[in-house]
Ligand binder design. Structure first.
Ligand SMILES: Cc1cc2nc3c(=O)[nH]c(=O)nc-3n(C[C@H](O)[C@H](O)[C@H](O)COP(=O)(O)OP(=O)(O)OC[C@H]3O[C@@H](n4cnc5c(N)ncnc54)[C@H](O)[C@@H]3O)c2cc1C
Length: 547
C-alpha cells in the first residue's frame, strides 16, 4: 500500500525547510525529501543576509532571536571598503553600523540580520523537527511524479540502497533549487539572462584586520584599471570569508584555478596567511519560471527564481514564497480555499521575483561598470587622488540600493491579484531603499506598536484578521457570520490606538494569513459573502493554473 501525505516538499535547502516549518506552524503534516544525507552537509558560501521581512517571518515561527544572536560578534562594523588591494590604495568606504548599534526601522519590529546558511539551515531543520509534523527523509531523491485531479503520485529513490518507493501527496511543493527537476519535468521554461559564471572561494583568515590598515569591515571590493574584479565578504565575522571573482562568460573549472596569484593580487604586498576551505563555481543569473503552479505542483525558492546575489535577495524572496504559499495550502487542504488561490500565489510571487531580480541585476551592473577614471585608479599625485575620489563617490551612490534595501524587503505589493480587492487609491512608488508603510490592499499590513507591547504584525498569521480600528462603532457581524458559515478562520481585533487608526486609514481592514491587506473600507460591503469568496479564492480561476 502507498503512503500518503497532504504535502510533499522536494528539497531540504532553506526554502524547503522553511516551507515545512510554516506548514507545521499551521498544523499541516508534510513529508520533506532531501537527496543529501543531512542538512548542510558542506560549508555553504551562499546566503547570509536576511532582511527585516524575513526576520518578521522568523519572529512568527519563534526563531528571530536565534537567527539574530547565534554567536557572531555583535560589535563588528558592517562597512564596505573599496580598494585596489588590502595593501594598496583606499578608493572609498561606505560606513555601516554594527549589529549592536543598529535599531529596527520604524516600519518593523525586526531588522536585517546576518546569519550564514551553515548556521541558519540547521536552525531551521531543528525547528522543523520540534514542530513534530514533518517526516524528513534524507538521502531520498525524487525520481518521478505524475499528477491527476486528486493528487500527485511520486516515485522516491533511497540514494544509498537504490530502493524505490511510492508516495501519494495532495500537493507537491518543489524547493529543489535552481536546477529543479520538478520544474524541468513539467516543461516550465526558466526565462532570463545568465549574467556571468562566477567562482567563490571560502577562506579561513584569522584576524585579517591585523594584516592591513583599513580596519574592520564586512566587505572589501577590489578594483583595478578594468573596474571591480573581486570582492571578499565576511561570512561569520569570526574568520570565515567568501572571496568571489567577478565572473566571465565562460564557465571556470575550479580544479584548474590557481587561487594563489589571484589572492596575492587582492592582498597586495601583504603576506596574509589563509586556508582555502572550498571553491564553488556558480552561475549568476536572473531567471524566473514562466509558471509557478501547474495543477497540484507549486514551485518556490530557487526552483522558481534566481537572482544575482548583489543585494542578497534570493533566499529572502524564497522565504516570501513560503509565507505566500503556506496559507494557500492550508486553505485548500482545510476546504475553505477556492481554486483561484493557486493562481494568486503564482501571480503574486512571480511579480515579486521579477522585481527583486531586476533590482539585483541593476546592483550587479553598477559594481562591474568602469569608466576612464579607472585608468588612474593606481596613479600617484592629484589626478590619481581625484579619480579615486570620483570612483569612490560614484560607487557609494550607485551601490546605495544594494546596502540599503528596506524597500525591496518590505515594499512589495500584490497589485492586480485576483484575491485582493482594490480600493481605488493610487499605487505608491516602489523605491528599493525606502519603506513607506501603507494599508492599501495588496501591501504588507503595516507595523505599529500596540499599547500592550505587541506589534500589529504579531496579530496576523493563522487565519484572516479583520481589524476594527478606532472608537467608532462599525458592524462586523456580517463578515464574521459569513466566515463561520464557510469555515474560514477569521478573528476580529478591535484596536483603539489612534496612531494605528491613522496608519491604516480606514476603520475596517481585512488582513490575510500572510500579513497582506486584502480589503479595507469605512463599512463592510453589502455583500460580505462575496467579499469573503473573493479573498478566499472562490471568485475566478485562470485556465493555465487549472491545466
Ligand atoms: C554567493 C551567493 C551569495 C548569496 N547570498 C545571499 C544572501 O545574502 N541572501 C539571500 O537571501 N540569498 C542569497 N543567495 C541566494 C541563496 O543562497 C539561495 O536563494 C537559496 O540558497 C535558495 O534556497 P533553496 O532552498 O530554494 O534552494 P537550494 O539551497 O538550492 O536547495 C535545494 C535543495 O534541494 C535538494 N534537491 C535537489 N533536487 C532534489 C531531488 N530530486 N530530490 C531531493 N532533493 C533534491 C538539494 O540537494 C538542495 O538541498 C546567495 C547565493 C550565492 C550564490
Amino acid at each position: 500500500m502507498r503512503a500518503e501525505t497532504p504535502v510533499l516538499i522536494v528539497g531540504g535547502g532553506p526554502v524547503g525547510l522553511a516551507a515545512a516549518l510554516d506548514l507545521s506552524w499551521r498544523g499541516i503534516d508534510s513529508v520533506l525529501i532531501e537527496q543529501d544525507p543531512c542538512t548542510s552537509p558542506v560549508l555553504l558560501a551562499k546566503a547570509g543576509t536576511l532582511n527585516a521581512r524575513s526576520l518578521e517571518f522568523f519572529r512568527r515561527w519563534g526563531l528571530s532571536d536565534a537567527v539574530a544572536h547565534w554567536g557572531a560578534p555583535e560589535d563588528y562594523p558592517r562597512d564596505t571598503v573599496y580598494c585596489t588591494s588590502l595593501g594598496g590604495r583606499l578608493v572609498g568606504r561606505d560606513k555601516a553600523p554594527s549589529q549592536r548599534e543598529r535599531r529596527p526601522p520604524d516600519c518593523s519590529p525586526e531588522m536585517l540580520q546576518k546569519c550564514p546558511q551553515h548556521v541558519l539551515d540547521p536552525l531551521l531543520a531543528d525547528a522543523v523537527v520540534r514542530g513534530g509534523r514533518t517526516d524528513i527523509r534524507y538521502s531520498t531523491r525524487l525520481a518521478g511524479f505524475a499528477q491527476d485531479a486528486d493528487g500527485v503520485t511520486v516515485e522516491l529513490v533511497d540514494v544509498r540502497s537504490g530502493e524505490t518507493s511510492a508516495l501519494r501527496a495532495q500537493y507537491l511543493v518543489a524547493c529543489d533549487g535552481a536546477a529543479s527537476v520538478v520544474r524541468r519535468s513539467l516543461g516550465i521554461p526558466f526565462e532570463g539572462p545568465t549574467l556571468d559564471y562566477s567562482v567563490s572561494a571560502l577562506l579561513r583568515i584569522d584576524a585579517l584586520e591585523q594584516h592591513h590598515t583599513f580596519g574592520l569591515a564586512e566587505r572589501f571590493m577590489f578594483m583595478g584599471e578594468g573596474g571591480t574584479w573581486a570582492n571578499m565578504t565576511s561570512v561569520d565575522f569570526l574568520g570565515l570569508w567568501r572571496f568571489t571573482m567577478v565572473g566571465s562568460e565562460e564557465r571556470l573549472d575550479p580544479r584548474k584555478l590557481d587561487l594563489a596569484p589571484i589572492l596575492a593580487r587582492a592582498f597586495g604586498d601583504k603576506p596574509i596567511p589563509y586556508e582555502v576551505l572550498r571553491v564553488v563555481p556558480w552561475r549568476r543569473s536572473q531567471c524566473t519560471a514562466a509558471q509557478y503552479v501547474q495543477g497540484r505542483v507549486l514551485l518556490a525558492g530557487d526552483a522558481a527564481h534566481t537572482t544575482s546575489p548583489t543585494g542578497g535577495h534570493g533566499l529572502n524572496t524564497g522565504l516570501g514564497d513560503v509565507v505566500g504559499m503556506g496559507w494557500v495550502l492550508q486553505a485548500l487542504l482545510e476546504g475553505w480555499g477556492g481554486p483561484s488561490l493557486l493562481q494568486a500565489y503564482a501571480d503574486e510571487r512571480r511579480a515579486v521575483a521579477l522585481r527583486n531580480g531586476a533590482s539585483s541585476t541593476r546592483n550587479y551592473k553598477a559594481w562591474v561598470r568602469s569608466d576612464a577614471d579607472y585608468q588612474l585608479i593606481d596613479a600617484n599625485g592629484p589626478d590619481g587622488d581625484a579619480a579615486r575620489a570620483r570612483i569612490g563617490a560614484q560607487l557609494s551612490a550607485m551601490l546605495y540600493p544594494e546596502w540599503n534595501s528596506l524597500g525591496i524587503a518590505m515594499g512589495y505589493r500584490y497589485e492586480g491579484s485576483p484575491i485582493v480587492v482594490p480600493d481605488g487609491s493610487p499605487e505608491p512608488p516602489d523605491e528599493p531603499s525606502e519603506c513607506v508603510q501603507t494599508a492599501r490592499p495588496g501591501h504588507r499590513a503595516p507595523h505599529a506598536w500596540l499599547a500592550d507591547g505587541r506589534s500589529t504584525i504579531d496579530l496576523f498569521g493563522r487565519g484572516f484578521v479583520l481589524l476594527h480600528l478606532g472608537d467608532a462603532v462599525v458592524p462586523t457581524d456580517a463578515l464574521q457570520d459569513a466566515a463561520r458559515e464557510a469555515g474560514v478562520p477569521l478573528a476580529v481585533e478591535h484596536l483603539r490606538e489612534p496612531q494605528v487608526r491613522q496608519l491604516y486609514e480606514r476603520p475596517l481592514v481585512l488582513v490575510r494569513p500572510d500579513g497582506h491587506v486584502c480589503w479595507r473600507g469605512d463599512t463592510l460591503p453589502h455583500d460580505a459573502v462575496a467579499l469573503l469568496d473573493t479573498v478566499t479564492g472562490h471568485a475566478r480561476v485562470d485556465a493555465e493554473v487549472a491545466a
